[in-house]
Design a protein around this ligand. Structure first.
Ligand SMILES: *Cc1c(COP(=O)(O)O)cnc(C)c1O
Length: 366
């Protein structure tokens, strides 16, 4: 059982195997209790400078990475408001890419949707084909679809998009950045790429990192009504002073500071751990069920398992709760048809083994 205080809400908190929010280690949570500092002070600029430098190292980029006080969807909205001139095409292979589409529509963009069956990846050839059909100035892609456990080949997609003149690529990397290495400096341009703190970055919710391309600012300057809170030109002015335009979530930034150093200290260990947990889970799932993702595009961040035994996922979760664990039912219409096991956050290979063992016990007894 985890260390909890005696407030009723804090008792018997199950360990999270859901794909966000994820488990956060005590030492990272403790970072959030550091003394408050003013966001217009030299202390903040010291913190900001380190965060900016380390997020650039994290993404292997020379371009700015902005720190947004919002959940991941805020990063998506910023990408759309600053990055889409008029005509955007959205590749939709699950619930979160559907959300990207909605963000475009609700911001008044002329939005084209391309539907790809849930469980399949967005393929570079498909992107090329669809882009050749019309005139678009931006594309949205979700790198890792959390609803289906599918990871699309981001570098290859970026390469294809670079064949087209002046088409921006906007990426939701909310459950991929920090689960797999994303080296922006080695890839064809990705104009906007957003993360969310409560997913693979393994922090509490409330923070998004937004990595932008070199050409992003130039286009943003030509777009009217970008709004204020998510305006990248405002962000850039503050970034140059190692600050943020508005009061940021300082406590979370303290935790991000520790998380980034932890990852950068030993990237092999960090990314290797995710891969180990994913591979163990996939092997286990193939023996007993089926994996929902098309072969070759299985996510490293989570495994979405097809419930071929027709077990009650709700009952399974009740059983797991007795052992202080908790996984995710299928998303939306996939509820009870699939279930999802997360590999992000402060869970170990042994924790994952324990979870899989408990599911085996549940199958045997049902
Ligand atoms: C969780 C998630 C989001 C954003 O959700 P927020 O609640 O806004 O943080 C977006 N895309 C994907 C792929 C996600 O998993």
């Amino acid at each position: 059982m985890r260390a909890v205080d005696d407030h009723p809400v804090c008792q018997n908190v199950p360990r999270l195997f859901i794909p966000g929010p994820v488990e956060v280690e005590e030492e990272i949570l403790q970072a959030m209790t550091r003394p408050m500092i003013g966001h217009r002070t030299r202390e903040f600029s010291v913190l900001g400078e380190e965060l900016h430098r380390n997020s650039q190292r994290f993404f292997r980029t020379e371009n700015p990475v902005y720190l947004l006080t919002s959940s991941g969807t805020g990063g998506m909205e910023s990408a759309v408001r600053n990055g889409v001139r008029e005509n955007v095409i959205c590749f939709i292979n699950g619930a979160f890419s559907e959300r990207f589409y909605k963000v475009c529509v609700s911001n008044g963009k002329n939005t084209t949707r391309v539907e790809i069956p849930w469980g399949e990846a967005v393929k570079p050839e498909k992107v090329r084909e669809e882009l050749s059909r019309g005139s678009f100035d931006a594309v949205t892609i979700v790198h890792n679809e959390t609803s289906t456990g599918v990871m699309s080949p981001l570098a290859d997609i970026a390469e294809v998009i670079s064949e087209f003149d002046d088409v921006f690529l906007l990426v939701d990397a909310i459950t991929s950045a920090a689960a797999v290495p994303i080296h922006l400096g080695d890839m064809a341009p990705i104009d906007y790429l957003t993360t969310g703190s409560q997913k693979a970055l393994a922090l509490p919710p409330g923070l998004a990192l937004l990595a932008v391309s070199e050409r992003a600012h130039e286009r943003a300057a030509t777009i009217e009504n970008r709004g204020l809170y998510f305006d990248v030109l405002e962000m850039h002015k503050s970034w140059q002073k190692n600050q943020t335009p508005n009061t940021p979530t300082i406590a979370l930034l303290q935790a991000l500071k520790d998380r980034l150093s932890m990852i950068l200290d030993d990237e092999g260990r960090w990314y290797g751990g995710h891969m180990e947990r994913a591979e163990l889970t996939r092997e286990w799932a193939r023996d007993r069920f089926e994996i929902f993702a098309e072969s070759g595009f299985e996510s490293v961040s989570l495994t979405c398992i097809e419930n071929t035994h027709g077990i009650s996922v709700a009952d399974l979760n009740e059983k797991l709760r007795e052992h202080d664990m908790f996984l995710s039912n299928g998303y939306g219409h996939l509820k009870e048809k699939t279930f999802r096991i997360g590999h992000m956050g402060a869970v170990t290979l042994d924790d994952t083994k324990e979870l899989l063992g408990l599911i085996d016990d549940f199958i045997a007894s049902s």
